[in-house]
Design a protein around this ligand. Structure first.
Ligand SMILES: NC(=O)c1ccc[n+]([C@@H]2O[C@H](COP(=O)([O-])OP(=O)(O)OC[C@H]3O[C@@H](n4cnc5c(N)ncnc54)[C@H](O)[C@@H]3O)[C@@H](O)[C@H]2O)c1
Length: 392
């Protein structure tokens, strides 16, 4: 019987490669407490994507289907990193085969399937966790700590945007991201992240209102080959309708405080701009994914103070970073790929039965994933009912 933990990744696309790389890095972070890791398999229905990723990230083999991973003896831990509509059958099959599963966000493409997945996970022996990588961004975790410690104090107002531009060209090809009903487009794709960040900082959303969904480019050309992530491949002359939202917005209320979110996949010039301002009783903080290694912080010195925002350069004093980078010197810089490594490390620590580490909290649960989807569903219902308030 092989020793240590055998790791596999289902899906060798844009985010699958980030998971594959993250497991390679996980044992190099912090203290050497993890059991030996074996990078066993990458599965993808596309043999070019799968074999290239297995070779690039040093996995022992390529598999053409997830069932082979489920059936393999030496695999203990599996990331599921495929289109949202495919999550449920693959996750359920892996859990039934006794594998620990880390599933990408959003948990599914509809709430009913997500609820079913959470029920299956609760009854299963192995762990089932969800990848909300932005919780792992040091700046966002630092701001969360400033809120909960009372330095910033009670949140009054959250204003967030997640703007992307992968669909602003009319020739961006049709892919799984453009299929599904209202709310499964930009709202699910990037709104799921921003909603989780909003609740991570401000607590549970109690109701949403002012929902808006818009499809601004109504059809997309079919690709001539396989499309990975946001890539723009060669396209055919044939176009098909876009089934979901390019743009979405909604207002929300928390138990205390309120806010709004606006997300887009047609925001030219913004490949990956998750940004928010959070206004609290003692000051406010600004995060922008374009400059993830810093935040802007304003701590109020009282009415009429004019000292304004300070730039905080994040380093080993801040969450995840001491020991979380090969060179963890102040100002070394870091990015979104590092957050995948922290997520993989946290998941492996939990699978290995290690105590929750001082460096890393546990990954989100499937129940968290259901709640996240219920918020997105409420935003969709609000949009379909001309912005009416929907309670959670
Ligand atoms: N956390 C993040 O920051 C982040 C970023 C991007 C994507 N995601 C999530 O990751 C998931 C995948 O997104 P992506 O951008 O990597 O997609 P992608 O289209 O780039 O890759 C999906 C891969 O799945 C493969 N595939 C399709 N059907 C399969 C099957 N039955 N078995 C095995 N492989 C199959 C495809 O060939 C492709 O290589 C989605 O849930 C998405 O929401 C998360």
């Amino acid at each position: 019987m092989p020793q240590g933990l055998g790791i596999a990744v289902i899906g060798a696309g844009m985010a699958g490669r980030a998971h594959a790389a993250a497991y390679r890095t996980a044992s190099t972070l912090y203290e050497p407490t993890l059991p030996p890791l074996r990078l066993t398999a990458i599965a993808d229905i596309n043999p070019d994507f799968g074999t290239a990723a297995a070779r690039r990230f040093g996995y022992e083999r390529y598999e053409s289907d997830w069932q082979a991973v489920a059936a393999a003896d030496g695999v203990d831990v599996v990331s599921v990193v495929v289109a949202n509509a495919l999550h449920r059958p693959i996750v359920e099959g892996l859990l039934a085969a006794g594998k620990h599963v880390l599933c990408e966000k959003p948990l599914s493409d509809n709430v009913d399937e997500a609820v079913r997945m959470a029920r299956t996970a609760a009854e299963a022996g192995p762990l089932a966790r969800l990848g909300f990588t932005f919780r792992r961004s040091p700046g966002i975790a630092y701001i969360s700590g400033l809120i909960t410690s009372g330095t910033l104090g009670q949140v009054l107002h959250f204003s967030g945007r997640y703007w992307t531009d992968y669909a602003c060209s009319r020739t961006a090809p049709m892919s799984w991201r453009f299929a599904g009903g209202p709310g499964t487009g930009a709202l699910a794709d990037v709104g799921s992240h921003l909603t989780d960040v909003a609740e991570f900082l401000c607590g549970p959303i109690t109701n949403v209102s002012g929902g808006r969904l818009a499809t601004v480019i109504g059809e997309r050309p079919l690709p001539l080959g396989a499309v990975m992530g946001h890539e723009h491949s060669a396209v055919s002359d044939e176009s098909v309708p876009v089934e979901n939202d390019d743009y979405a917005a909604f207002n929300m209320e928390f138990a205390q405080g309120s806010g709004s979110i606006e997300v887009s996949r047609v925001a030219a010039g913004h490949p990956n701009t998750l940004t928010f301002e959070v206004f609290c009783e003692n000051g406010s903080a600004v995060f922008d994914q374009r400059r993830p290694a810093e935040i802007q912080l304003f701590l109020s010195r009282g009415a009429g103070a004019t000292d304004g925002f300070s730039q905080i350069i994040l380093g080993p004093e801040h969450p995840y970073l001491a020991g979380g980078l090969a060179m963890d010197a102040p100002g070394a810089g870091f990015g979104q790929n590092d957050a995948f490594a922290y997520q993989a490390r946290a998941f492996l620590e939990e699978v290995a039965g290690l105590d929750e580490s001082r460096s890393l909290p546990r990954c989100a649960t499937f129940d968290d994933g259901v709640h996240n989807m219920e918020v997105l569903q409420a935003a969709t219902q609000s949009a379909l009912a001309e912005g009416k308030r929907v309670h959670l």
